[in-house]
Design a protein around this ligand. Sequence first.
Ligand code: S3P
Length: 168
Amino acid sequence: MRIFLIGFMGSGKSTMGRALASELKLDFIDLDSFLEEKYYKTIPQIFAEEGEDGFRRKERNVLEEVSAFDNIIVATGGGAPCFFDNMDLMNNSGFCIFLDVDKESLINRLIHAKIDRPLIKGKTLEELEGFIEGMMEKRRPFYEKARYILKGKEIRIDQVVSLLKANQ
Ligand code: S3P
């Protein structure tokens, strides 16, 4: 079993991933933390030193690495599905779930969590709203390649567990 949780920043991938991993007795991997540990650098540091391109290359490398692990749930970074053929890689090696959380919930979560996210750092509420709208429009076609899409304000763990059990 190999599950990938994808979706916009603030959609709750890591929280959901941790809860699911303990429920399903799988190992949890937060792709961003895995990347930071592998390269001994924080994400803001990588963006500052190597730009977004450098970050995306590293992100692809770690995604390839974890795609070979077994019995894992991976919470990916919000942009991971949208670069290279990362969606194909995830769909071909595991079960991909898009957590499609509405814009208001994303704003509420992200307004308090901008510091460690270089793409939204320093944005005002209005700028953040515009950014989410524009970026979601570009990213949605990639996210929608996921095998399953769960929509909602809050996506509950039991929804994901039933989905997985029904598709075993
Ligand atoms: C990014 C999302 C972040 C992190 C990086 C870029 C993005 O992960 O990978 O800051 O492009 O949406 P989260 O989705 O966990 O915030």
